[in-house]
Each structure stands twice: as C-alpha cells, then as structure tokens.
Design a protein around this ligand. Structure first.
Ligand SMILES: NC(=O)c1ccc[n+]([C@@H]2O[C@H](COP(=O)([O-])OP(=O)(O)OC[C@H]3O[C@@H](n4cnc5c(N)ncnc54)[C@H](O)[C@@H]3O)[C@@H](O)[C@H]2O)c1
Length: 379
C-alpha cells in the first residue's frame, strides 16, 4: 500500500485562487496523495475538475457532510487521513470542527474562523481529538523567515526595540469603486468573510509573521481603518499600532487599496545590536543591518543557516525556491506530525496561532469602532 498520506481537499476548485498552491505544495515532498474532495459546491464543476486533474471520481462527494459520512464508512486504512480546508472563511469553523470531532487531521487556511469564540471552541475540539491541526500562514514556510526566527532566538539582534510589518495589495481597487462589484465579492461580505476584510485577509499574516519571527506576543493594539464607501461594511485598509512584551513597540500596515502593490508583505525588526529586513516578493534575501558594520545578506541553503531554515530548502544555494516551496514546507511539517515523527517547533503554524490571529482581528475591529482606542489581547 502507498506510504503517502491520504489527503482530502475541501474548496480549492479550478475557479479558486489558493487551490493550486495547496495541490502543488502537497505533492512537492512526495508525502500526500489527493484521494478525495469537494472542490466546489456545484457537483458538475466538482466532478469536471476532479477528472481534469485526475483525482478518482468515486471519492468526489456532492457536499462536505456527504464527504464525512461516506469516508467514515470506510475502514481506517483506506479513509482520508487529513483534509485541507480551502473554502471562503465562514466554512473553516464548521468544517474543521466536524473533521476534528471525527478524528481527521486538519490543514486549514487562515483566518482560522470568523470569530474568537469559534476559535476557542475549535481549540477545545482539537485538544479532545489528539489530531494534528496546521494553519497555513504560508509565509512562515520560507527558509529566510525561519532563519530570522532562529537568529532572533539566539540573540542576533539583542533586545528588540521596534517591529514594522506591512502587507500592501492593490487588487480591491478594481472592485471597490463599483457598487455592484463591491457587493458581489465574498471577501467584502461579512457573512462569508467574517468581521474584517483587510485585517482578516492579510493584516493577520503580518501579525503572525511578527509573533513567529520575534517569539514575542503582541499585548495590545490600536487601529484605524478605512472603508472608503459608506455602504461598504468591511475594512479595505488598516493601520495598527502594536505594543508587545518587553517594551517593544511597532506597527502593522495593511491595505487592499495600495494602488499597484501586488503581494507586498515585508517586515523590519530592529534590535539593540542589529536589524532584519525581509520582503515576500524577494524571499531569498534576508538583510541584516548594523550601525557599525556593513550590511549582510543571508541566503537559503548555505550551511550557515539554522536547521529549521535548512530543512526548508531542497536544492543547493542559488536555485531559487518560492511560494510553492514555502507552502510545501508547512505540508512537510504537518506530514511529520501526522506520521508521529519528530519535527522542530516552527515547522507549521498551529491552533494557538489561529486563536491569536482571531483575537487580533477582533481587537482591531473593536479598537476602530470604539474610536481608535487601545485594546488588550488575551494572554
Ligand atoms: N495562505 C494564504 O496566503 C492565502 C492566500 C489566499 C487565500 N487564502 C485563504 O484561502 C481561502 C480561500 O480563498 P480563495 O482566494 O482561494 O477563495 P476563492 O473564492 O478563489 O475559492 C474558494 C473555493 O472554495 C469553493 N467553495 C465554496 N463553497 C464551498 C463549499 N460549500 N464546499 C466546497 N467548496 C466550496 C469554491 O468553489 C472555490 O473553488 C480563504 O479562507 C482565504 O483567506 C489564504
């Protein structure tokens, strides 16, 4: 029998943005076999896509409930072991909860749920299940992001003073200025996206990147949103001041109306000895700045990198790997956990990252709505 982990896909159909990233990532390290799916709520589209990418049609189900019901009838050694949830946000919670309750492992897209309350219920379900839960904050899979984390942990920057993470996109410009268009996109519909668009979709990645790399917790925030139009209920731009443990201060700048910006996630972390700067669109260059020495550039695959970073490269230095590999590294970490193998802390974002993320999203909305006040995150 195949040693590959049997993977089910929920959402991520041929019409989706993120499906291809997960499908390719799941194949990259030869750990998973896509065994069944509900790619799309339309059964014909679901079947047609399964045929197109050669997934056996006998395990393509008409909807999620049928998926669980039919898979549970199969003997454990044939049943799908882990499911990737790649649907619009409002389906993450009901799907993840039912999967965990029925003993499936879960790989879930962010934001984990649509509220902190749901996130906490999911956390309890996860504890009871003993299953693996991985949250796909994609950017934590990059070797140079992992290198930042490990070097900061070993004191390369000294005491951290300031963090500045920015996630700028411009794609909503093509939608937001037209009333009909802006009411037809799920990311601007609170019933499907949750309480936030910009912070929920991308600001939360910046939040996670700060906590992942610094190892510090954001303690409180103050936010200011822009909705651009009176009838638009969702933020499309948000600036957030952050206060962290140990007198660290900083900001998270995120926007979906930053004209001309593509997927501009970047982070700068300033410490007493040195600083790091990294940009998602050039992910293989990590810059270390100093007041007394020339700037250094760290690159993936070199022996000077940490084990966590080196575990995320497959080819020798100078063979650029990118976002597919970054997501593949998260799938690789999850595969090790599913198989009960040893893995390093930081190989995949966890349930705790999901709960923290939902706490952050809710706090930013609360802060903005209450007139830009400081809001404390739960510890
Ligand atoms: N990690 C990242 O960097 C990243 C990037 C983009 C999107 N995302 C997240 O991925 C998720 C999906 O985003 P997207 O941009 O791919 O959305 P999308 O609208 O492009 O695709 C959603 C897919 O889900 C399917 N779907 C909808 N309802 C379904 C149902 N009831 N059952 C099964 N399938 C269903 C749709 O048919 C479609 O294939 C969102 O939660 C988003 O936040 C994460």
């Amino acid at each position: 029998m195949s040693k590959k982990i049997r993977l089910g896909i929920l959402g991520g159909g041929g019409d989706s943005l993120i499906g291809v990233l997960h499908r390719v990532a799941s194949h990259i390290n030869d750990n998973y076999q896509i065994t069944g799916a509900v790619f799309n709520p339309d059964f014909d589209a679901n079947m047609a896509f399964a045929k197109e990418i050669d997934v056996p049609t006998n395990r393509i189900y008409k909807d999620f409930d049928t998926f669980v019901e039919e898979e549970m009838k199969l003997p454990k050694e044939e049943r799908i072991e882990v499911c990737s949830i790649l649907t619009p946000n409002f389906l993450h919670f009901p799907m993840a909860k039912k999967l965990l309750d029925n003993g499936f492992h879960v790989i879930c897209e962010k934001p984990m749920t649509t509220s902190l309350e749901e996130a906490k219920i999911l956390q309890e379900a996860h504890k009871k299940s003993g299953a693996v839960f991985a949250l796909t904050h994609t950017y934590t899979g990059y070797p140079m992001v992992r290198q930042m984390r490990e070097m900061i942990k070993s004191g390369a920057l000294g005491k951290i003073h300031k963090v500045d993470a920015s996630y700028y996109q411009g794609w909503i410009n093509t939608i937001i200025h037209d009333q009909e268009k802006r009411s037809s996109v799920w990311r601007l519909d609170p019933k499907k996206a949750g309480i936030s668009s910009c912070i929920g979709d991308i600001g939360v990645h910046a939040f996670n990147l700060i906590e992942y790399t610094t190892g510090l917790r954001i303690d409180s925030i103050l936010s200011d949103f822009n909705y651009l139009y009176e009838d638009n209920q969702m933020d499309v731009d948000g600036t957030v001041l952050v206060r962290m443990d140990n007198h660290v201060k900083g900001l998270i700048r995120s926007s979906q109306v930053a004209t001309g910006e593509e997927n501009g996630l970047s982070i700068a972390i300033y410490g007493e000895k040195a600083a790091f700067k990294w940009e998602q669109e050039n992910p293989n260059f990590l810059y270390k700045l100093s007041d007394t020495e020339p700037m250094q550039v760290y690159k993936p695959g070199h022996a000077y990198n940490s084990d966590l970073s080196l575990g995320g490269t497959k080819l020798p230095p100078g063979h650029p790997e990118g976002i597919f590999d970054s997501m593949a590294n998260i799938y690789l970490g999850a595969a090790k956990a599913i198989r009960g193998e040893k893995y390093n802390d930081g190989e995949f974002p966890t349930m705790l990252d999901g709960v923290r993320g939902m706490n952050f999203i809710e706090a930013t909305v609360e802060s903005h709505k209450a007139g830009n006040i400081w809001v404390k995150l739960e510890s």
